[in-house]
Design a protein around this ligand. Structure first.
Ligand code: PA5
Length: 445
């Protein structure tokens, strides 16, 4: 098994018997997921997705990715929340955060439509100037403001540049199978479309066309990624708390929460994992943060953030625990050279691999944070690659569903996301929101 839970750094914070003691709760929550008998059970398509995906569409995704690779220098992925985080996380995790700057035979990939910032959009438009561009707009509902506005702009750009027919060849749409304005419009225009399955919500959709098309355009092997997820599904199929790491992680989060920890910090020592942390934050924040409950999901990249948030974690309010993703192997090897003058006094590091130094920084930090009163769960992973990306996605998705049910919330809805939209629509004068606008204006005066 290439992903393994290490509970050594929980000593003194959580006793192994505490996990065993709540195994009836993890078991019951797991059963609710498996039997599809809980709240939001219409959205459990991700449970069997790694072995039960649409093979015909999978082949079409690969073919479209090849076409896109041959047709453009810049691939713009338009989407927000679950409609972009997974793809961006995968590309940075499996390739690099500097993917766009490194030499490659695949297009540069930029993400747009995940903000309403004019400057952010203008920058992507500048990057497209004089280059061949393809676009993938991803929106399950097809009506989300951020991607919809951005798609208007890119559609106009492509139609001006390539004409209606040329633009049609360069626009790829990922949306609902049959419903919604974007689906209707795509059918009318003749765009190639891919499906966000009915039974998979945005934040659980990275292994559907939502994530897979951009991931394939980046040249990442989809079969290996799906195999990782399928192996995780198999590994976490037993409701046994002693051996199922996914259930143990859900149990540990629950125990920590009940001991008064209100913040979980996901930690990695690899900058390439930063966007994976963003994906994880959405998964847990949107799934669990309801009814005035749940751990607040936060993240850091060490050792970078040891020089910013490290002080707080070591000595601030004792309300957090950390979940550390530890990669045993590094993708690259960098050796520290010897300096005959030893100007920095660091010759004790001469000829050592940087990755070994990074892992010693991790071990040192684990002890330091334990001594400072911060419990640490460690998730050991062999390699940072597509197989383990798929594996970790499944691990965190299943643990999230189980955790959500243990907490007593519906892990598959996001009613709170509507509150800002309602206000924004009213303030912008959307028809039908007149009374709400008046109420907000009265509050402003
Ligand atoms: O997880 C979710 O369901 C959300 O984050 C959505 O992905 C996000 O709001 C975007 O929605 P849509 O794909 O409908 O544009």
């Amino acid at each position: 098994m290439s992903v393994k839970l290490n509970e050594k750094f929980l000593t003194g914070f959580v006793a192994p018997e505490e996990v065993t003691k709540i195994s009836h709760l993890t078991g019951a929550a797991f059963d609710v997921v498996k039997s599809k008998s809980g709240a939001g059970s219409d959205f459990l398509g991700w449970v069997d997705l790694p072995v039960n995906y649409d093979k015909e569409e999978f082949a079409r995704i690969k073919a479209a990715a090849e076409k896109i690779k041959g047709m453009c220098d810049v691939f713009v992925v338009i989407g927000i929340g679950g409609s972009y985080l997974g793809a961006r996380a995968a590309i940075e995790f499996c390739k690099s955060p500097l993917y766009n700057n490194l030499a490659k035979d695949t297009p540069e990939i930029y993400f747009a439509g995940n903000t309403i910032s004019s400057s952010a959009l203008a920058d992507v438009l500048r990057l497209c100037e004089g280059r061949n561009v393809c676009v993938n707009v991803i929106s399950k509902s097809g009506t989300t403001t951020e991607p919809a506005v951005t798609f208007r702009i890119f559609r106009e750009l492509l139609e001006k540049k390539y004409g209606e027919e040329g633009a049609r060849e360069r626009i790829f749409v990922t949306t609902d199978r049959a419903r919604g304005k974007l689906k209707e419009f795509s059918t009318e225009k003749g765009y190639e479309t891919f499906v966000v399955p009915d039974d998979i919500g945005g934040r659980y959709s990275v292994l559907t066309a939502v994530g897979l098309l951009p991931i394939a355009v980046a040249g990442i092997d989809l079969d290996t990624m799906m195999k990782g997820a399928a192996d995780a599904r198999e590994a976490y199929s037993c409701p046994c708390i002693e051996t199922n790491d996914c259930l143990r992680y859900a149990a540990l989060r629950n125990i920590m929460y009940n001991k008064g920890k209100s913040i979980e910090i996901l930690v990695s020592y690899e900058p390439a994992v930063q966007m994976f942390c963003e994906w994880w934050k959405q998964l847990y924040g949107e799934s669990e943060g309801k009814d005035n409950k749940a751990l607040y999901p936060s993240s850091v990249i060490f050792s970078t953030d040891l020089h910013s948030l490290g002080q707080y974690i070591q000595e601030g309010l004792r309300t957090m625990f950390e979940t550390v993703i530890d990669f045993k192997n590094s993708v690259d090897t960098v050796v520290i050279p010897d300096d005959p003058n030893n100007i920095d006094g660091l010759n004790f590091l001469s000829d050592k691999e940087l990755h070994d130094v990074n892992r010693m920084a991790m071990t040192g930090t684990l002890f330091a944070h334990n001594d400072g009163g911060v419990p640490n769960v460690v998730i050991e992973v062999d390699d940072r690659d597509e197989y383990n990306f798929g594996y970790l996605v499944y691990f965190f998705e299943m643990a999230c569903a189980v955790s959500g049910y243990m907490l007593g919330v519906n892990p598959f809805d996001q009613p709170g996301v509507e509150a800002y939209k309602k206000n924004m629509y009213a303030l912008l004068g959307k028809p039908g929101y007149e009374d709400h606008k008046a109420a907000l204006e009265a509050r402003m005066n």
